[in-house]
Design a protein around this ligand. Structure first.
Ligand code: FAD
Length: 286
C-alpha cells in the first residue's frame, strides 16, 4: 500500500475524508459514496475516529476494509482521548498486519469538553509512538490555520505545530474559507524552519447549519455572504453552489502551491464529484 509521504511533492493529491457510519442505513450510504468516489481514483482517503467506546475499532474495520478492497490507500485517524499505550500499540499492530501504512495522529476532543484522559495528552506524543512502530507508518498530523481553540495564543500554536509537524510527514488542515489563512499558516511555519507539506482541508458547505456549528467549535471563520446565499438554496442547487465555492477556494490554494486538496465529504458523493471534475488537470489521482 502506498505511503502518503511518497505521493506528496509530485502532482497535487486529491483526497476524501469519511466518518464511520452510526447505523446500517448510514453504512449503506458510505458504501455507495465510496463506490461513486472510487471512480475518481482519489490519491488517498481517510476515516475519522470517534473518541468513545468502540470508536477506534470501527475506524479500523472500515480502513482495513478499504485497504483490502480498493486500489487507493486509506489512512486511519488515531486519537489520544481515552487511549492507553497498550491499546495504541495493539491497534498499530492490527493496522500493520492489514497492510495499512498511513496514520493521522490527533489529540481528539473529549465529548464533554473535559480534560483529555488516557496515556497521551498531545498529538505529538502519539506521533512519537507511531514513528517508533516497526511498520514505518507514514504519519500525518492536524493543523489549524485560524489557530486551535485551546491554544493560548498564535505564537505558541505555531510553535507546537511546527515541532509536531517536523516529527511527522505532512499535515492536513481544519477547514477554513479564506485562502489567506492557509498562506499565512505556511509562511509562519516556514519562519519557524518547518517546510513539511500542509494539505488544506476543504469543506463544501452542503449543510450550512451544521457546518456553522462545526466552525464555531473549530474556530473557523464563516463567510456570512456565502453561508446566507447557500442557506437560501436547497437540494441539488445548494450542492452545486457549495461545490462551486469549494472548487474556487481549492483552485486558489493550488495556485499558491498547496500540495493537494483534502475534501471533507460528509459521506456524500455529490459535491465531491463536482469539485473533482472542476479540479481535473490541477490534481493527480492514484
Ligand atoms: P494537538 O496537536 O495536541 O494540539 C492541541 C492543543 O494543544 C493546541 O492548542 C496546541 O497548541 C496545544 N499543544 C500541543 N502540544 C503542546 C505542548 N507540548 N504543550 C502545551 N500545549 C501544546 N478529532 C477526532 O476526535 N477524530 C478525528 O478523526 C479527527 N480528525 C481530524 C482531522 C483533521 C484533518 C483535523 C484538522 C482535525 C481532526 N480532529 C479529529 C479534531 C482534532 O482532534 C481536534 O481539533 C483536537 O482538539 C486537536 O487535535 P490536534 O491533533 O491538533 O492536537
Amino acid at each position: 500500500m502506498t505511503r502518503i509521504a511518497h505521493l506528496l511533492g509530485h502532482q497535487p493529491t486529491l483526497s476524501f475524508e469519511f466518518f464511520p457510519p452510526a447505523d446500517e442505513v448510514a453504512a449503506k450510504q458510505l458504501d455507495d459514496t465510496l463506490d461513486e468516489l472510487a471512480g475518481l481514483a482519489p490519491s488517498f482517503v481517510s476515516v475519522t475516529c470517534g473518541v468513545g467506546g468502540d470508536g477506534h475499532d470501527r475506524t479500523r474495520d472500515i480502513v482495513t476494509g478499504i485497504c483490502g478492497d480498493r486500489p487507493f490507500p486509506a489512512m486511519a485517524h488515531l486519537t489520544c482521548v481515552g487511549h492507553t499505550r497498550q491499546g495504541v500499540a495493539a491497534l498499530l499492530d492490527d493496522y500493520a498486519a492489514a497492510g495499512v501504512v498511513n496514520i493521522l495522529a490527533l489529540a481528539g476532543d473529549p465529548p464533554d469538553g473535559s480534560a483529555i484522559s488516557g496515556d497521551f495528552r498531545y498529538a505529538s506524543e502519539l506521533v512519537e509512538v507511531v514513528r517508533a512502530h516497526p511498520a514505518n507508518f507514514s504519519v500525518g498530523v492536524a493543523a489549524h490555520p485560524e489557530v486551535h481553540p485551546r491554544s493560548a495564543d498564535r505564537v505558541s500554536d505555531r510553535r507546537h505545530l511546527a515541532a509536531k509537524l517536523n516529527e511527522a510527514d505532512f499535515a492536513i488542515t481544519q477547514f477554513f474559507f479564506n485562502p489567506s489563512s492557509y498562506n499565512r499558516l505556511c509562511n509562519e511555519l516556514a519562519d519557524l524552519g518547518c517546510h513539511q507539506p500542509v494539505i488544506p482541508g476543504v469543506m463544501p458547505v452542503i449543510w450550512p447549519k451544521s457546518i456553522r456549528r462545526y466552525a464555531a467549535m473549530n474556530g473557523s471563520t464563516v463567510p456570512e455572504k456565502l453561508f446566507s446565499d447557500l442557506e437560501a438554496l436547497s437540494g441539488p442547487e445548494r450542492v452545486s453552489a457549495a461545490a462551486e465555492a469549494a472548487a474556487e477556494l481549492s483552485r486558489s490554494l493550488l495556485e499558491a502551491n498547496a500540495p493537494g486538496i483534502h475534501l471533507y465529504t460528509l459521506n456524500r458523493p455529490e459535491a465531491s464529484t463536482l469539485i473533482a471534475r472542476e479540479l481535473s488537470g490541477w490534481v493527480g489521482t492514484c
